[in-house]
Write a protein that binds this ligand. Sequence first.
Ligand code: PMP
Ligand code: GLN
Length: 388
Amino acid sequence: MKPANSLLSSYGTTVFEVMSRLAIEHQAINLGQGFPDDRGPDPVLDAASAALYDPPNQYPPMMGVPELRQAVAAHNKRFYGIDVDWKTETMVSTGATEGLAACFLALIEPGDEVVVIEPLYDCYLPMIRRAGGIPKTVRLTPPHWTLDLDALAAAFSDRTKLIVLNNPQNPASKVFTRPELEAIAQLVSRHDAYAVCDEVYEHLAFDGRVHIPLMTLPGMRERCVRIGSAGKTFSLTGWKVGYLTAPEHLLQPISKAHQFLVFTTAPNLQRAVAFGLGQDDGYFDGLRDSMQAKRDRLSTALAGVGLEPAVCQGTYFLFVDAKRFLKPGEDDEGFCRRLVTEAGVAAVPVSAFYQDRATAPTDFIRFCFAKRDAVLDGAVERLARYLG
Ligand code: PMP
Ligand code: GLN
């Protein structure tokens, strides 16, 4: 029989799915795949439930229900001072993932170069490559995950169509600084490129750090697509409601991809997310503070068992250096498999976030701390017992 598409067939099942399956199989505590284990904010759940019984439940408008698009515009203004015309500059997507795919399909011509920063979220490369883009990777430098600005400049060329910027960054838990963003903005302008900004962790920047959308920098308003996700902002990852903000000249082609990919997203969930985005500051501050407290709880405890955590500036994730626990010849993936099967704790190997695993760092593993305190404590107890 004829083969399926060779590019996608060459990828295995995502590391998140693999680790979550292993966690179920071995009754392990799952600190691998990034999802919170609480049930989400009651007022947002109530709004979804009420909207379900308040028709229509038929196809909503392709660009999203007006109340969510208006809420996305208002959220941009409230948190970042960005003026947005909701009718021409916002679009709802089925999760940030679909929004990203729509951007890549719509903006990339086969042969265009796309600058990406490693370690990176796993859906970028296959989607960019399937769209015909040629990834140009720049690596953050451990252990502080600094951005080498010379290497970044060298990755840009006249063939660069866009850069993908994930800020705050999964899995390095980095929040880009203004000088770094200024350097990126200069390169984007100089090379007449665009930026697809994955900002799903926009409300999870810790220790007083401020999340700065690249879109707010001079010259960037016309060149950036900014993507958010209700999954992260309301701890409801299964809902898959994302939202895009972009100038009309970019959103137009992106909406063409969206119309053929999914066309639309569940209407009651959209209306609940509209409600959620309008909550007062207490909600957003509370989300950040509770995640920061979880980060502190897990990092202190992991350090206590000898798993030294890297600096975590934001997101759901903590990196640890596992070098001293690796057996001869064992890499991060082998160690994660051993932890899930023998210690009963699932984590994710960081080398999975690199295009070329052969040259990727293989000493680091990633834990998700978006879990109840008792779950975090239980995981550390198991690790302490296993690692001695
Ligand atoms: N981008 C990043 C950096 C992520 O970590 C995730 C994972 N949740 C997504 C995008 C996907 O978001 P969504 O679930 O809204 O598709
Ligand atoms: N974003 C989540 C993570 O980094 C996973 C999402 C997924 O499984 N696709 O763990």
